[in-house]
Design a protein around this ligand. Sequence first.
Ligand SMILES: [Zn+2]
Length: 207
Amino acid sequence: MTSWHGHVFGVTAEPASLSLEDTREAQAADDSFQPVNQALADGVKPSQDGLRDYSEEARILFAEWDSLVLEDSVLYRRYHYPDGTTRYLQVVSPAKLRHPYIERMHADLGHFGRTKTCLALARRAYFPGWRSLTGLVVHNCVTCNMHQRSHQKPRQANLKPMREFCPMAVIHANLVGPLPEGKNSRNQRGFQYILSVVDSAHSSQNS
Ligand SMILES: [Zn+2]
């Protein structure tokens, strides 16, 4: 047990750690945790028939029996990567603390998206339905949503090729000059500018 224990403090010392005192109190006050923690303290797993008397959440926790650890009256779950290289204890978070805990961790870590927030949570805590609740909290995060909107606002519509051309519906005008003074065929002087008008429909140019 000692090797697991070492990891508890390694994990919970990180930002957004669960307060063990709050966790212990909330677990003790939670109807679903009481029978599980008591059974672990007694070292007696209820029979399959006996499980019917408990809440759905208690039954989910009992199903994790072999991974559960009770330390200083706090319920943890052993967790290890599939390859077994990394293992640690996840604090089993009681219902009352879940939402505020995810919100705080999500904010402390700089508003990661759903996947990263789930990974961060799994490194610290566990509870039945943790993945969907974490996704929900991220989805409803006011800061994330405001941030996304402010990013979308200045975005311009993509440039689209114009498909409908009517003569003189769209013209491109360009004034070039002043140029060295010239004269026309009638010997009139003073022409210094060229007005170039291009009709999109015909690409005809008049000056
Ligand atoms: Zn956020």
